[in-house]
Design a protein around this ligand. Structure first.
Ligand SMILES: CC(C)(COP(=O)(O)OP(=O)(O)OC[C@H]1O[C@@H](n2cnc3c(N)ncnc32)[C@H](O)[C@@H]1OP(=O)(O)O)[C@@H](O)C(=O)NCCC(=O)NCCS
Length: 171
């Protein structure tokens, strides 16, 4: 294994095939994405690169918002770390970088749908009811070929709850 640290950067088109393979390498945890979808949303991907190889990914998508008085919410998706590099903080770095990027857009909420809730809980996400997100998730769920209802799907919906700033106790 390399001794250098993976570098997190914005993705570019030439990363598309490697991102495709990275996401596909977790068939049980991640929804596979067609290469066309990856290419059309490449500006919504971060990658982690180590020794010229893509070893991690994170992306996001904007969810529809019917209430025009609210900003749309953002879903963080396709978080992947190569197996031999897991448990070395790269997943955290990728998600924190994605949160920092999407926070600039001032979304109403940052959410994930995940089969790995303990990982996201460590990063400050808390479980939320799928019912509250139904119409926002519709586009993703309607194409699902694994489960016939979002309510029988074991994915857990979670929303980001930023940690309070350190060092300044509430007055
Ligand atoms: C989930 C995944 C992205 C985590 O990446 P990672 O680099 O191993 O995670 P990190 O080392 O940054 O872990 C951050 C924290 O989460 C914890 N954590 C990581 N994976 C965990 C898991 N599966 N269960 C419980 N806790 C976990 C770590 O122990 C660490 O805790 P700490 O804050 O106490 O140190 C990686 O295991 C992966 O690619 N899994 C397959 C795809 C997937 O499940 N993606 C997420 C769904 S979108």
């Amino acid at each position: 294994m390399s001794t250098s640290q993976p570098v997190i950067r914005k993705a570019c088109f030439c990363d598309g095939p490697a991102i495709f393979r990275r996401i596909k390498s977790h068939p049980n945890e991640l929804v596979p994405r067609p290469i066309s979808d990856i290419m059309l949303n490449i500006d919504r991907f971060l990658v982690a690169e180590l020794d010229g190889e893509i070893v991690g990914t994170a992306s996001w998508s904007v969810l529809p918002e019917l209430d025009t008085s609210k900003n749309p919410s953002i879903e963080i998706q396709s978080v992947s770390v190569r197996e031999d590099l897991q448990k070395h903080n790269l997943g955290r770095r990728l998600v924190e970088a994605a949160i920092a990027r999407v926070a600039e857009l001032q979304p109403c909420q940052i959410i994930v749908l995940t089969f790995t809730p303990p990982f996201f809980a460590r990063l400050g996400f808390v479980p939320v009811s799928k019912e509250t997100l139904m119409y926002k998730l519709y586009k993703g769920c309607m194409n699902c070929s694994k489960y016939d209802s979002p309510f029988t799907c074991p994915e857990v919906a979670m929303a980001y709850n930023p940690a309070p700033p350190k060092g300044n106790p509430p007055s």
